[in-house]
Design a protein around this ligand. Structure first.
Ligand code: DGY
Length: 324
Protein backbone atom coordinates (compact mmCIF):
# COMPACT_ATOMS: atom_id res chain seq x y z
CA UNK A 1 0.00 0.00 0.00
CA UNK A 2 1.54 3.30 -1.08
CA UNK A 3 1.84 6.32 1.18
CA UNK A 4 -0.99 8.82 1.28
CA UNK A 5 -0.65 12.51 0.44
CA UNK A 6 -3.24 15.22 1.09
CA UNK A 7 -3.15 18.25 -1.21
CA UNK A 8 -5.63 20.64 0.39
CA UNK A 9 -6.79 22.50 -2.76
CA UNK A 10 -6.84 21.81 -6.49
CA UNK A 11 -3.45 22.90 -7.86
CA UNK A 12 -1.72 22.73 -11.28
CA UNK A 13 -2.48 19.19 -12.64
CA UNK A 14 1.16 18.31 -13.51
CA UNK A 15 2.00 18.54 -9.80
CA UNK A 16 -0.81 16.21 -8.80
CA UNK A 17 0.23 13.79 -11.60
CA UNK A 18 3.82 13.77 -10.34
CA UNK A 19 2.68 12.83 -6.83
CA UNK A 20 0.14 10.31 -8.15
CA UNK A 21 2.95 8.43 -9.93
CA UNK A 22 4.18 7.32 -6.52
CA UNK A 23 1.48 7.87 -3.92
CA UNK A 24 -2.21 7.74 -3.21
CA UNK A 25 -3.22 11.39 -3.47
CA UNK A 26 -6.37 13.12 -2.25
CA UNK A 27 -7.13 16.69 -3.34
CA UNK A 28 -9.40 18.78 -1.11
CA UNK A 29 -12.23 20.91 -2.41
CA UNK A 30 -11.57 24.64 -2.45
CA UNK A 31 -11.79 26.14 1.05
CA UNK A 32 -12.44 22.81 2.88
CA UNK A 33 -9.25 22.98 4.90
CA UNK A 34 -9.30 26.67 5.80
CA UNK A 35 -10.27 25.63 9.34
CA UNK A 36 -8.51 23.49 11.93
CA UNK A 37 -11.42 21.11 12.56
CA UNK A 38 -11.44 19.66 9.03
CA UNK A 39 -7.66 19.22 9.13
CA UNK A 40 -7.69 17.58 12.57
CA UNK A 41 -10.40 15.22 11.39
CA UNK A 42 -8.69 14.09 8.17
CA UNK A 43 -4.96 14.37 8.87
CA UNK A 44 -4.47 11.06 10.76
CA UNK A 45 -4.81 9.17 7.45
CA UNK A 46 -1.89 10.91 5.71
CA UNK A 47 1.89 10.56 5.52
CA UNK A 48 2.41 13.90 3.79
CA UNK A 49 0.54 17.20 3.60
CA UNK A 50 0.75 19.83 0.87
CA UNK A 51 -1.19 22.75 2.39
CA UNK A 52 -1.98 26.26 1.16
CA UNK A 53 -1.10 29.48 3.01
CA UNK A 54 -4.78 29.69 3.99
CA UNK A 55 -4.71 26.42 5.97
CA UNK A 56 -3.98 26.82 9.69
CA UNK A 57 -1.44 24.07 10.46
CA UNK A 58 -1.57 24.57 14.23
CA UNK A 59 -0.08 22.50 17.03
CA UNK A 60 -3.38 20.61 17.34
CA UNK A 61 -3.36 19.74 13.63
CA UNK A 62 0.25 18.59 13.89
CA UNK A 63 -0.34 16.37 16.93
CA UNK A 64 -3.38 14.87 15.20
CA UNK A 65 -1.13 13.93 12.26
CA UNK A 66 0.17 10.76 13.86
CA UNK A 67 1.45 9.37 10.51
CA UNK A 68 2.69 12.67 9.14
CA UNK A 69 6.32 12.85 8.03
CA UNK A 70 6.38 16.03 5.97
CA UNK A 71 4.45 19.28 5.47
CA UNK A 72 5.38 21.07 2.22
CA UNK A 73 3.69 24.47 2.08
CA UNK A 74 2.46 25.72 -1.31
CA UNK A 75 4.05 29.13 -0.59
CA UNK A 76 7.30 30.76 0.39
CA UNK A 77 5.70 32.34 3.49
CA UNK A 78 4.97 29.78 6.19
CA UNK A 79 3.36 31.80 8.97
CA UNK A 80 0.36 29.43 8.70
CA UNK A 81 2.44 26.53 10.07
CA UNK A 82 3.54 26.01 13.65
CA UNK A 83 7.05 24.97 12.62
CA UNK A 84 8.25 24.51 16.21
CA UNK A 85 5.47 22.02 16.92
CA UNK A 86 6.20 20.14 13.68
CA UNK A 87 9.89 19.84 14.36
CA UNK A 88 9.15 18.65 17.93
CA UNK A 89 7.09 15.83 16.37
CA UNK A 90 9.90 15.05 13.92
CA UNK A 91 7.88 16.26 10.93
CA UNK A 92 9.88 18.00 8.20
CA UNK A 93 8.56 21.36 6.94
CA UNK A 94 9.29 22.80 3.49
CA UNK A 95 8.43 26.02 1.66
CA UNK A 96 9.03 27.26 -1.89
CA UNK A 97 11.75 29.95 -1.97
CA UNK A 98 13.09 31.34 -5.25
CA UNK A 99 10.50 30.13 -7.74
CA UNK A 100 8.07 33.00 -7.20
CA UNK A 101 10.54 35.88 -7.00
CA UNK A 102 10.03 37.17 -10.55
CA UNK A 103 6.27 36.80 -10.54
CA UNK A 104 5.88 38.65 -7.22
CA UNK A 105 8.40 41.34 -8.13
CA UNK A 106 6.68 42.04 -11.47
CA UNK A 107 3.29 42.14 -9.80
CA UNK A 108 4.55 44.61 -7.19
CA UNK A 109 5.69 47.01 -9.92
CA UNK A 110 2.26 46.53 -11.54
CA UNK A 111 0.51 47.55 -8.32
CA UNK A 112 2.77 50.60 -7.95
CA UNK A 113 1.80 51.74 -11.45
CA UNK A 114 -1.88 50.87 -10.98
CA UNK A 115 -2.06 53.15 -7.94
CA UNK A 116 0.27 55.94 -9.07
CA UNK A 117 -1.39 56.23 -12.52
CA UNK A 118 -4.90 55.59 -11.18
CA UNK A 119 -5.59 52.84 -13.71
CA UNK A 120 -8.76 51.47 -12.11
CA UNK A 121 -10.31 54.88 -11.34
CA UNK A 122 -9.66 55.78 -14.97
CA UNK A 123 -11.26 52.57 -16.24
CA UNK A 124 -14.32 53.12 -14.06
CA UNK A 125 -14.61 56.69 -15.37
CA UNK A 126 -14.42 55.44 -18.93
CA UNK A 127 -16.95 52.62 -18.44
CA UNK A 128 -19.30 55.03 -16.65
CA UNK A 129 -19.42 57.00 -19.92
CA UNK A 130 -17.69 60.04 -18.42
CA UNK A 131 -14.94 60.31 -21.06
CA UNK A 132 -16.48 63.01 -23.24
CA UNK A 133 -13.41 64.99 -24.21
CA UNK A 134 -9.66 64.66 -23.69
CA UNK A 135 -8.82 66.52 -20.49
CA UNK A 136 -5.34 67.95 -19.99
CA UNK A 137 -5.90 67.88 -16.23
CA UNK A 138 -7.57 64.46 -16.09
CA UNK A 139 -6.07 61.67 -13.96
CA UNK A 140 -2.77 63.34 -13.24
CA UNK A 141 -0.59 60.76 -11.53
CA UNK A 142 2.93 60.30 -10.26
CA UNK A 143 5.79 58.78 -12.24
CA UNK A 144 8.05 56.11 -10.82
CA UNK A 145 11.03 57.69 -12.57
CA UNK A 146 13.00 59.96 -10.24
CA UNK A 147 11.02 59.01 -7.14
CA UNK A 148 12.29 57.05 -4.15
CA UNK A 149 11.17 53.52 -3.37
CA UNK A 150 11.63 52.33 0.21
CA UNK A 151 11.75 48.56 0.51
CA UNK A 152 11.10 46.88 3.84
CA UNK A 153 12.52 43.36 3.71
CA UNK A 154 15.39 43.03 1.24
CA UNK A 155 15.26 39.28 0.62
CA UNK A 156 14.81 37.68 -2.80
CA UNK A 157 11.54 39.42 -3.67
CA UNK A 158 12.52 42.80 -2.18
CA UNK A 159 15.76 42.71 -4.18
CA UNK A 160 13.84 41.67 -7.33
CA UNK A 161 11.54 44.67 -6.91
CA UNK A 162 14.51 46.98 -6.30
CA UNK A 163 16.24 45.79 -9.51
CA UNK A 164 13.12 46.48 -11.59
CA UNK A 165 12.47 49.81 -9.89
CA UNK A 166 16.06 50.93 -10.49
CA UNK A 167 15.67 50.05 -14.18
CA UNK A 168 12.62 52.34 -14.21
CA UNK A 169 14.70 55.23 -12.85
CA UNK A 170 13.81 55.03 -9.17
CA UNK A 171 16.11 55.70 -6.23
CA UNK A 172 16.20 52.84 -3.73
CA UNK A 173 16.42 52.85 0.04
CA UNK A 174 15.74 49.85 2.24
CA UNK A 175 15.34 48.54 5.74
CA UNK A 176 16.18 44.96 6.63
CA UNK A 177 17.15 43.02 9.76
CA UNK A 178 20.70 43.15 8.48
CA UNK A 179 22.35 45.09 5.66
CA UNK A 180 22.65 43.36 2.30
CA UNK A 181 26.12 42.85 0.81
CA UNK A 182 28.08 45.92 -0.35
CA UNK A 183 27.94 44.46 -3.90
CA UNK A 184 24.13 44.48 -3.92
CA UNK A 185 23.98 47.94 -2.33
CA UNK A 186 26.31 49.15 -5.06
CA UNK A 187 24.44 47.40 -7.89
CA UNK A 188 21.16 48.99 -6.76
CA UNK A 189 22.74 52.22 -5.59
CA UNK A 190 20.63 51.54 -2.48
CA UNK A 191 20.94 53.37 0.81
CA UNK A 192 20.26 51.61 4.10
CA UNK A 193 17.80 53.09 6.60
CA UNK A 194 18.39 51.93 10.15
CA UNK A 195 14.75 52.50 11.12
CA UNK A 196 11.34 52.15 9.47
CA UNK A 197 10.60 55.76 10.42
CA UNK A 198 13.67 57.01 8.58
CA UNK A 199 12.62 55.01 5.49
CA UNK A 200 8.99 56.15 5.72
CA UNK A 201 9.92 59.82 5.92
CA UNK A 202 12.06 59.77 2.76
CA UNK A 203 10.14 57.42 0.42
CA UNK A 204 7.51 58.29 -2.21
CA UNK A 205 6.63 54.59 -2.53
CA UNK A 206 6.99 51.97 0.20
CA UNK A 207 6.84 48.26 -0.59
CA UNK A 208 6.64 45.52 2.05
CA UNK A 209 8.50 42.24 1.56
CA UNK A 210 9.15 40.99 5.08
CA UNK A 211 7.80 37.73 6.53
CA UNK A 212 4.99 37.88 9.09
CA UNK A 213 6.44 37.27 12.57
CA UNK A 214 5.71 38.59 16.06
CA UNK A 215 8.18 41.40 15.29
CA UNK A 216 6.57 42.45 12.00
CA UNK A 217 2.91 42.28 13.09
CA UNK A 218 1.49 45.82 12.57
CA UNK A 219 4.93 47.09 11.57
CA UNK A 220 3.05 49.75 9.60
CA UNK A 221 0.90 51.42 12.24
CA UNK A 222 -0.37 54.94 13.05
CA UNK A 223 3.08 56.15 14.05
CA UNK A 224 4.71 55.08 10.77
CA UNK A 225 1.78 56.26 8.63
CA UNK A 226 2.05 59.65 10.35
CA UNK A 227 5.61 60.20 9.14
CA UNK A 228 4.76 59.39 5.49
CA UNK A 229 4.10 62.37 3.27
CA UNK A 230 0.73 63.07 1.71
CA UNK A 231 1.79 61.61 -1.68
CA UNK A 232 3.38 58.40 -0.43
CA UNK A 233 1.97 55.17 -1.85
CA UNK A 234 2.11 52.01 0.28
CA UNK A 235 2.28 48.61 -1.44
CA UNK A 236 1.78 45.32 0.41
CA UNK A 237 2.35 41.96 -1.28
CA UNK A 238 3.80 40.30 1.85
CA UNK A 239 1.24 39.37 4.52
CA UNK A 240 -1.82 41.39 5.57
CA UNK A 241 -1.15 41.63 9.31
CA UNK A 242 2.14 43.49 8.66
CA UNK A 243 -0.15 46.52 8.22
CA UNK A 244 -2.64 47.82 10.79
CA UNK A 245 -5.56 48.09 8.33
CA UNK A 246 -7.68 50.27 10.60
CA UNK A 247 -4.84 52.81 10.76
CA UNK A 248 -4.22 52.54 7.01
CA UNK A 249 -7.90 53.05 6.15
CA UNK A 250 -7.91 56.13 8.42
CA UNK A 251 -4.83 57.56 6.65
CA UNK A 252 -6.32 56.91 3.19
CA UNK A 253 -9.72 58.41 4.00
CA UNK A 254 -8.05 61.47 5.54
CA UNK A 255 -5.62 61.70 2.60
CA UNK A 256 -2.58 61.89 4.89
CA UNK A 257 -0.94 59.42 2.47
CA UNK A 258 -1.30 59.24 -1.31
CA UNK A 259 -2.67 55.73 -1.86
CA UNK A 260 -2.20 52.03 -1.36
CA UNK A 261 -1.93 48.84 -3.40
CA UNK A 262 -2.81 45.78 -1.36
CA UNK A 263 -2.65 42.15 -2.45
CA UNK A 264 -2.89 40.74 1.10
CA UNK A 265 -5.22 41.44 4.02
CA UNK A 266 -5.29 41.16 7.79
CA UNK A 267 -8.25 38.82 7.94
CA UNK A 268 -8.06 37.17 4.53
CA UNK A 269 -10.29 36.58 2.62
CA UNK A 270 -12.35 39.24 4.44
CA UNK A 271 -11.86 42.87 3.50
CA UNK A 272 -11.81 45.66 6.06
CA UNK A 273 -15.01 47.61 5.23
CA UNK A 274 -13.21 50.97 5.34
CA UNK A 275 -10.67 49.78 2.78
CA UNK A 276 -13.45 48.99 0.31
CA UNK A 277 -14.38 52.67 0.19
CA UNK A 278 -10.88 54.17 0.61
CA UNK A 279 -9.77 56.56 -2.12
CA UNK A 280 -6.86 55.68 -4.39
CA UNK A 281 -6.61 52.14 -3.15
CA UNK A 282 -6.12 49.15 -5.49
CA UNK A 283 -7.09 45.79 -3.98
CA UNK A 284 -6.29 42.34 -5.41
CA UNK A 285 -7.01 38.84 -3.97
CA UNK A 286 -3.49 37.60 -3.02
CA UNK A 287 -2.39 36.90 -6.59
CA UNK A 288 1.20 38.22 -6.71
CA UNK A 289 2.54 34.73 -7.49
CA UNK A 290 -0.34 33.82 -9.80
CA UNK A 291 1.30 33.13 -13.14
CA UNK A 292 0.80 29.63 -14.55
CA UNK A 293 4.53 28.91 -14.67
CA UNK A 294 5.16 30.11 -11.13
CA UNK A 295 2.23 28.26 -9.59
CA UNK A 296 3.45 25.11 -11.37
CA UNK A 297 6.99 25.64 -10.07
CA UNK A 298 5.68 26.27 -6.54
CA UNK A 299 3.74 23.00 -6.66
CA UNK A 300 6.65 21.00 -8.10
CA UNK A 301 9.08 22.33 -5.49
CA UNK A 302 6.69 21.41 -2.68
CA UNK A 303 6.10 17.98 -4.27
CA UNK A 304 9.87 17.38 -4.51
CA UNK A 305 10.23 17.92 -0.77
CA UNK A 306 7.45 15.39 -0.12
CA UNK A 307 9.05 12.84 -2.45
CA UNK A 308 12.48 13.44 -0.90
CA UNK A 309 11.26 12.85 2.65
CA UNK A 310 9.07 9.85 1.79
CA UNK A 311 11.99 8.30 -0.13
CA UNK A 312 14.12 8.67 2.98
CA UNK A 313 16.57 11.31 1.69
CA UNK A 314 18.57 13.13 4.34
CA UNK A 315 17.40 16.64 5.19
CA UNK A 316 20.58 18.17 3.76
CA UNK A 317 19.65 16.78 0.32
CA UNK A 318 16.35 18.71 0.27
CA UNK A 319 17.20 22.38 -0.29
CA UNK A 320 13.80 23.85 0.60
CA UNK A 321 13.40 22.37 4.08
CA UNK A 322 12.98 24.93 6.84
CA UNK A 323 15.80 24.55 9.29
CA UNK A 324 14.88 24.49 13.00
C1 DGY B 1 3.75 33.05 -0.81
O1 DGY B 1 4.25 32.14 -1.47
O2 DGY B 1 4.04 33.23 0.37
C2 DGY B 1 2.80 33.97 -1.51
O3 DGY B 1 2.23 34.87 -0.63
C3 DGY B 1 1.69 33.21 -2.19
O4 DGY B 1 2.00 32.77 -3.40
Amino acid sequence: MSERVLVTEPIIPEVIEKLENQYQVDVGKSGTYDNEEALINDIPAYDALLPMLSNPISEDVITAGTNLKVIANHAVGYNNINVKAAIKEDIAVANTPGVLTDSCAEFTIGLMLAVSRRLFDAQEYLLDGKFENWEPLGFLGTELNGNTLGIIGMGRIGTGVARRAKALGMNICYHNRSRVSPEIEQELNASYCSSIKELASQSNFISLHCPLTDDTHHLIDHEILDVMNSNTILINTSRGPVVDEEALAHALHNKTIGGAGLDVFEDEPKLHPKLKTAPNCVLTPHIASASYQTRKDIGLLAADAIIGILEGKSHSEIPNLIQP
